[in-house]
Design a protein around this ligand. Sequence first.
Ligand code: FES
Length: 87
Amino acid sequence: MATTFKVIVNGQHQLAVDPSQGTLLEAIEAAGIESHFHCRNGFCGACRTVLLEGQVSYINEPLAFIRPGDCLPCCCVPASDLNIEHR
Ligand code: FES
């Protein structure tokens, strides 16, 4: 059975995200939320998002620097319920 995590985006949107179905960025886009990205591959950091609560798992280890409390949704999936600020 698929695991789905609850992801709150910008305190306004609540998504149900199945990590086997794609990246966190793809889930944000599928929900019609304005998204920010460039490389979509963990290189540039353009998709940097504040991780207020929860944990993510990286599909491939990103090359862009990740500050504590941030995540790169283009190359990660939820590993728990999340609360994020994607601006
Ligand atoms: S879009 Fe470049 S690191 Fe995510």
